[in-house]
Ligand binder design. Sequence first.
Ligand code: TYM
Length: 337
Amino acid sequence: MEAQNTPKQRIFSGIQPTGNLTLGNYIGALRNFGVLQNEYDCLYSIVDMHAITVRQEPSELRKACLRTMAIFLASGLDPEKNIIYFQSQVPQHAELGWILDCFTYMGELSRMTQFKDKSAKHADNINAGLFTYPVLMAADILLYMTNLVPIGADQKQHLELARDIALRFNAVYGDVFNVPEGYFPKVGARIMSLQDPTRKMSKSDPEECYIAILDKPEIIRKKLRRAVTDSDNSVVFDPENKPGIANLMSIMYALSDKSMDEITADYDGKGYGVFKDAVADCVISALEPIQKEYDRISADKAYLEQVMISGRERAEQIAWKTMLKVRKKVGLAALKL
Ligand code: TYM
């Protein structure tokens, strides 16, 4: 859906600080964050509590949190205009998560495709957090009276659940939560794996399957040259029969100002090698400025710390307001501050 031009509308989105952020995260979500920052009141969270639903190496997770914040900033998010913060530093997320657990059904959670995928991938650790993950995500969103949630297509089912929970809660207690809408890119809402273009590009897959936002140009080119395509050599957008080429076309479309028809006109019949190199040029020129900024920002630990502290304080102020209301509505013991 299109963003509306109402200045006071609120946006919330989150990204897990696990592994390397990918081109999928960038095109599906992060790039839209920057576009929206001028028209909306935006909160962007590094959702570290979501990350521990699978086992993490603690010191690596802590580093990944800061890396993710530096990528947010490097991709153009202004920490004055946006509230950028770590989820775990605002304890109201967990608190609201618990309350919303009591408004969510087991049947709803067992239908979540991400739960099914992740429990197949981590069969030795199908913990309750993995199961209730979408409720914490609903809490993230509802805590800030969010109107719009920029996400990729894989998060659509979770957003729908958040909407259902909000409506259910409101039906009991009156208009407490805003019922949020999704904001999806027209093309690129699901960037696919370079090695299996029928599956989404994921940071938890082997390296050759994804392009990381921080991949160096020669690595990007190498990965794209090796991307799985087909053997008929025509550059036409046909996701069903030519998923590999359709994926590369979507990447080019998202990162250039060319239409699909122009891409076909420019590259059809020229051979996949030429096309893949042109896609690599687009990706490299989109990511290089972010990488330069990232190098600069990630070296400035004091700045990152300052963004972290101010983000937490600003987020918590809004979160408290919601929690005081919610606590009262559900009848929890009155909190005297
Ligand atoms: P995560 O961390 O897996 O991904 C972050 C964002 O990137 C999008 N994305 C993609 N978009 C297009 N193509 C892809 N291959 C691709 N891979 C990832 C995701 O859709 C997402 O928008 N549960 C969420 C994080 C979260 C959240 C929230 C998001 C927690 N709370 C509240 C929005 C609002 C997740 O795991 O995203």
